[in-house]
Design a protein around this ligand. Structure first.
Ligand SMILES: [Zn+2]
Length: 210
């Protein structure tokens, strides 16, 4: 059996197991999705949103990219964010980074990564904002781990800087923004920051007439 054929075979087994446990499982999910959470995570195959949070299909709306970035020119991210906030009306948005992130590690080198340079440059900017602190850390692994945390904080801030979030904060007092870091070594998620609806921003980032 080819590797991809195993995926299809396991899919059949999973679907029949679910139906056996709960005959209404799929018919219920087909009706509608009302997730309470938007997850913005890394594409890394070791950090699957549902598995590590013990959630089921239907519970988390998911967007993943290299190093869980919130970049204001990323039409994909903005489309997901707008839909999650305006239509699904999620209550919480979680930006989840992870220790050992290859995207962060690559950004902290001088290697030419081709097309990815443009994406990773945003992480180099995070380093620039926190350069003194990061440079003071001697051990390479700890330096990367600190960058993972600082990057999550910066991406949560980037969410708050969007008019999508500010409009929802103003009119509906949601969503609550969270920055989390997942540890590959023990499977534990640690919260590193949060911004409840209405959190203050540096005023240059605040839009009027929303
Ligand atoms: Zn990663």
């Amino acid at each position: 059996m080819k590797p991809y054929e195993k995926l299809l075979k396991d899919n059949r087994a999973w679907a029949s197991e679910k139906t056996k446990e709960d005959p209404e499982y799929f018919s219920r999910l087909v009706q509608l999705q009302t997730p309470e959470f938007l997850w913005i995570g890394c594409s890394d195959s070791r950090v699957p949103a549902n598995e590590i949070t013990g959630t089921e299909p239907g519970e988390i709306f998911v967007h993943r990219n290299v190093a869980n970035m919130v970049i204001h020119t990323d039409l994909n991210l903005l489309t997901v964010l707008d839909y999650a906030v305006r239509v699904l009306k999620v209550q919480h948005i979680i930006v989840c980074g992870h220790h050992g992130c290859g995207g962060i590690r690559a950004a902290m080198t001088n290697h030419d990564m081709g097309i990815a340079n443009k994406w990773l440059r945003n992480i180099k900017d995070v380093y620039r904002f926190h350069r003194d602190e990061v440079d003071a850390i001697e051990e390479e692994q700890l330096k990367i781990d600190r960058m993972v945390e600082l990057n999550v904080r910066e991406q949560v801030m980037n969410l708050a800087k969007t008019s999508i979030i500010q409009r929802a904060w103003k009119h509906e007092q949601r969503p609550h923004l969270h920055g989390w870091v997942y540890d590959l070594k023990d499977g534990i998620i640690d919260p590193v920051c949060e911004m409840p609806a209405g959190s203050p921003l540096l005023d240059i980032y605040e839009y009027d007439d929303l």
